[in-house]
Design a binder for this molecule. Structure first.
Ligand SMILES: *[C@@H]1O[C@H](CO)[C@@H](O)[C@H](O)[C@H]1NC(C)=O
Ligand SMILES: *[C@@H]1O[C@H](CO)[C@@H](O)[C@H](O)[C@H]1NC(C)=O
Ligand SMILES: *[C@@H]1O[C@H](CO)[C@@H](O)[C@H](O)[C@H]1NC(C)=O
Length: 457
């Protein structure tokens, strides 16, 4: 009897997971086992900025792109296309992209060009990433890239000296997914000449987005009318199923034992929280957590906040001494989440460190804005206006207009034009272009380092 029960206990959980898996296969077959960052990011969640507090702000500027691009067909198209990237690694996917005048090799003076961008998973980072990649490409910056065929610089593991492509030029920047670690990153990106930058998002929104993107409902087998609420009611249970070895096959790029909901932002920002197994875990050590946040505060030049996106971009632009037109973007990614949620407190308890981080850097963002002085808002307003015009011209009502869009000058910018080709150039990820250029520039570099095997992408 006892033995029988024992056998049942051993056999049941894998069976349950298997059945759940079968039930979910239909859902999963779309996004899984296709290795390309565009897949990850095209499924990224929506970005709906909150109305800013400041009345002077032009909030209309945000609205348009959402409507234009929330198109499932396009997503599918992207998925198919991006599946090809890996198989035909050398193919030029973005051949329709214009060669802008600035893509000729001008060198970038240092203070504008050295940055480490810590890409926190599920924080609307793809939009920022495209801005950074485009600038890097056009200004001939040497960006640290993952090893061939990899998407991440070891994420969610700490990177080491084997995780990047060799170059004989010093690196200017890092954009792809990597866990922040001062020791290793300072070796390649000296803090005296490099701005460390990241972007974070309100943790509950971040959680909803992660829940949808990582397919937690399907993989953890949640059958409930309100899956998010159900998850939060039994969070340890579902989290352990999700990260179990048995579910490995259904996850994409997530190694066993890694929680995608518990303090994910903190993990990306280098907080030691017990992953990978054997690493220090300060989750319950409040003073140590506070100290890590204090250190981040001194080591990072700027932590942007998704909810105040344009304010964040303008702070970034002033920090890096870029031009307003370098920031113009096409907003990427809006998944739909259909979840309703009543229990924020449970989430706050589960991911409490992410909340601490968010509250801290939301405060410092507004402190930074206060220091900038009154013309800061004028610049935000100017940029929002510009962005709105571009949205209309490139993807909105004026999209069939053939003459260029003229942006008039202001105290923050001289006048310039946006062409159809410029629109196209905002509609690509720039990843392939950056990789091709990197490999071209470094084709004579011989890499004799051993290849690291990692259970991630
Ligand atoms: C950063 O990496 C170094 C070298 O691998 C390691 O000794 C250190 O513990 C890491 N720091 C954190 C906070 O994990
Ligand atoms: C961020 O900080 C501002 C200013 O202190 C505050 O009014 C706002 O509610 C905070 N935002 C969020 C989303 O917590
Ligand atoms: C953006 O690119 C996709 C292909 O990656 C294309 O299908 C779509 O039409 C483009 N959108 C615009 C507005 O150019």
């Amino acid at each position: 009897m006892v033995r029988r029960r024992y056998i049942l206990l051993r056999v049941l959980p894998p069976m349950v997971i298997f059945l759940i898996g079968m039930l979910c296969l239909k859902n999963l077959s779309l996004g899984f086992h296709k290795s390309n960052e565009d897949i990850l990011d095209s499924l990224d969640s929506e970005y709906v900025p909150q109305k800013p507090l400041n009345k002077k702000f032009d909030s209309n500027a945000y609205v348009l792109v959402d409507e234009v691009m929330a198109d499932e067909k396009k997503k599918l198209h992207d998925l198919k296309n991006s599946g090809n990237h890996l198989q035909n690694h050398n193919r030029i996917e973005e051949s329709n992209v214009p060669k802008t005048a600035s893509s000729t090799n001008k060198q970038c003076p240092n203070e504008k060009c050295n940055f480490v961008f810590i890409k926190t998973m599920k924080c609307a980072t793809e939009t920022v990433v495209r801005i950074l990649r485009k600038y890097s490409y056009e200004n001939n910056l040497n960006i640290m890239l993952p090893q061939k065929k990899r998407l991440y610089l070891a994420w969610p593991y700490l990177m080491n000296d084997l995780d990047y492509r060799l170059s004989d030029r010093p690196f200017n920047g890092l954009i792809d997914h990597a866990i922040y670690n001062k020791t290793i990153m300072n070796r390649y990106f000296p803090p005296e000449t490099t701005h460390y930058v990241s972007i974070i998002r309100e943790p509950l929104k971040h959680f909803k987005s992660a829940f949808s993107y990582f397919k937690i409902e399907q993989i953890a087998g949640i059958f409930a009318k309100h899956p998010l609420t159900e998850y939060l009611e039994n969070i340890k249970y579902y989290d352990s199923i999700y990260k179990s070895h048995e579910a490995a096959h259904y996850r994409y790029c997530i190694p066993d034992g890694f929680s995608v909901t518990k303090n994910l932002i903190a993990h990306c920002l280098g907080m030691p929280l017990g992953f990978p197994y054997g690493r220090q875990d300060i989750t319950n050590n409040l003073p140590a957590v506070r100290e890590h946040i204090r250190n981040l505060d001194t080591e990072f030049s700027l932590v942007m906040i998704v909810e105040y996106f344009h304010e964040s971009l303008i702070l970034f632009k002033r920090l890096m001494k870029w031009q307003l037109k370098d920031l113009i973007y096409k907003f990427v990614n809006r998944g739909t989440y259909y979840f309703s949620l009543s229990n924020k407190e449970k989430h706050k308890k589960w991911a409490s460190i992410d909340y601490m981080i968010y509250e801290h850097f939301n405060k410092t963002l507004w402190n930074k804005i206060a220091i900038e002085g009154p013309d800061f808002y004028d610049e935000v307003k100017q940029f929002s206006l510009m962005q709105k015009q571009v949205n209309h011209y490139c993807w909105g009502l004026d999209r069939n207009l053939h003459k260029n869009l003229e942006i008039s000058s202001s105290q923050f910018n001289s006048d310039f034009e946006i062409s159809r080709k410029d629109c196209e150039s905002m509609n690509i990820s720039w990843l392939e272009k950056i990789k091709e250029k990197f490999d071209r520039d470094n084709k004579h570099v011989i890499d004799t380092r051993p290849t690291l095997r990692r259970p991630t992408c």
